[in-house]
Design a protein. Structure first.
Ligand SMILES: O=C(O)CCC(=O)C(=O)O
Ligand SMILES: [Fe+2]
Length: 441
């Protein structure tokens, strides 16, 4: 085993396997759910170098994808094939080293603790990530001067991708009316991270269907992802899991929690995951666009101001205490959010009324469970005592529902569709004096 590259998943987590009947992974969140394969929005960044009209159109597409998907792909992104491929070759070389060398960070000049694998806090198979990663602070590799080809490739990759990330962040800020130097001043090469991911083949895929990375959102402003062509990345769109079809020309961009807070929920940090592959190993390289720890993220009302350091500390504490990240909802200014008035734009003159909101349970991801999409009415609604159209065998402790704002004036702060995915027994929604309150009981 000492010479094997793969982490000892099966021996380390053997209790989880022996305690997990097949049914353990049959919950709503399991990777066996039916997913649709779909093309993410694909944006040609070459448009930014053409005339004003093309540039503006391209900026609008970037903002639209970030509002509606939280994810998009870019081509003609300015990162050369050579930079991408040499980075990947070094990553593969590093990951092929014996497991014990990786745990000791031997030969790689990386800080102790940068190598991670599995999920130490997992209490069941659905919490286990069948993957390994080097999570690298760029301070470890900057100025390495080429004495180690891994460090110099990471430095070259990161400094090039940083410019792309800054360009995208500036565009996203401008599109919500905030032309700013904030990102250039706070997100520097020295404050960003690289995650070198490897997903070993998972021979246990049947009967256990495993995650390569469990569902999560990223705790950064945005992530630039370079993946190989194996596939497995999935994200939530309108309450459904969508499988991303790899495009070898494209880099994937996704909005992280900090941008969602900074934009007051205009841009969405959406849940994503990777499903394990029984036969093929998979590699991906993620560039995490982060500010320094003391940078304060100010939202325009929906969230309290918090520093990036505080955010990370809270995430870590929640993982330690609850076994999973809770994320941005920890920092809501209040549980009661006003749909009108936090857009950073002039206060809309429209009061939120019952007819501006539609609550529904989206199409089931599990055939035979929730079978119909229909409005639950009248509002306020309580899905436990829901009306007809929904199959009674729906898991009573997991509700995934959508609050849809039918008038665009509310979309700025809440988005057209706000998706709630809660482990609750009862959901109450009330509207009064222009605000929407969702209460989980
Ligand atoms: O490997 C992928 O496709 C996604 C990786 C990811 O989500 C992450 O590193 O945060
Ligand atoms: Fe991620």
């Amino acid at each position: 085993m000492g010479e094997s590259a793969d982490p000892p998943f099966e021996t380390t987590y053997k209790n989880l396997f022996s305690n997990s009947p097949d049914s353990t992974l049959q919950k709503d969140s399991g990777p066996e759910l039916i997913v649709e394969e779909s093309e993410l929005p694909l944006i040609d960044l070459n448009q930014l170098n053409l005339g004003d009209l093309e540039k503006q159109a391209c900026q609008k597409l970037i903002a639209q994808a970030s509002r509606e998907w939280g994810f998009f792909q870019v081509i003609n992104h300015g990162i050369s094939r050579d930079v991408l491929e040499t980075m990947r070759a070094e990553q593969v070389k590093l990951m092929k080293k014996p497991f014990l060398d990786k745990t000791n960070c031997k030969d790689s000049n990386l800080s102790a603790g940068s190598y991670r694998w599995g999920t130490p806090s997992a209490t069941s198979l659905e919490h286990l990530s069948w993957s390994e990663a080097f999570h690298v602070s760029l301070t470890d590799v900057l100025g390495s001067g080429g004495h180690n080809s891994l460090s110099s490739r990471m430095e070259q990759f990161a400094t090039t991708v940083l410019k792309l990330a800054q360009t995208l962040a500036d565009i996203l800020a401008e599109e919500i009316g905030d032309k700013t130097c904030f990102f250039k001043e706070t997100c520097l090469a020295s404050t960003c991270y690289l995650r070198l991911n490897r997903y070993p083949p998972c021979p246990l895929i049947h009967p256990y269907k495993m995650f390569g990375i469990i569902p999560h959102t990223d705790s950064d402003f945005l992530t630039v992802l370079y993946q190989d062509n194996i596939g497995g990345l999935q994200l939530v769109k309108d309450g459904r899991w969508i499988a991303v079809k790899p495009n070898p020309q494209a880099l994937i961009i996704n909005i992280g929690d900090l941008f969602q807070a900074w934009s007051n929920n205009v841009y969405k940090s959406v849940k994503h995951r990777v499903v394990a592959n029984a036969r093929n190993e998979r590699f991906s390289t993620a560039f995490l666009f982060c500010p320094s720890s003391d940078t304060v993220i100010r939202s325009r009302g929906l969230y309290k101001s918090f520093s990036f350091g505080e955010y990370r500390q809270q995430v870590q504490q929640d993982v330690d205490v609850f076994g999973h990240k809770i994320g941005l909802s920890r920092f809501l200014a209040s549980r009661r959010t006003s749909a009108a008035g936090h857009t950073g734009q002039p206060e809309p003159k429209l009061t939120l009324l019952r007819r501006h909101v539609r609550v529904f349970i989206p199409h089931s991801l599990r055939p035979g469970r929730i079978i119909k999409r229909r409005s639950l009415g009248p509002f306020p609604t309580d899905p436990v005592h829901r009306r007809g159209g929904v199959n009674g065998r729906v898991n009573p402790t997991m509700w995934r529902f959508v609050v849809q704002f039918t008038h665009p004036v509310f979309w700025g702060s809440m988005g057209k569709n706000s998706i709630y995915d809660e482990k609750v027994r009862r959901i109450e929604a009330t509207i009064d004096d222009g605000g929407l309150a969702l209460k989980s009981a």
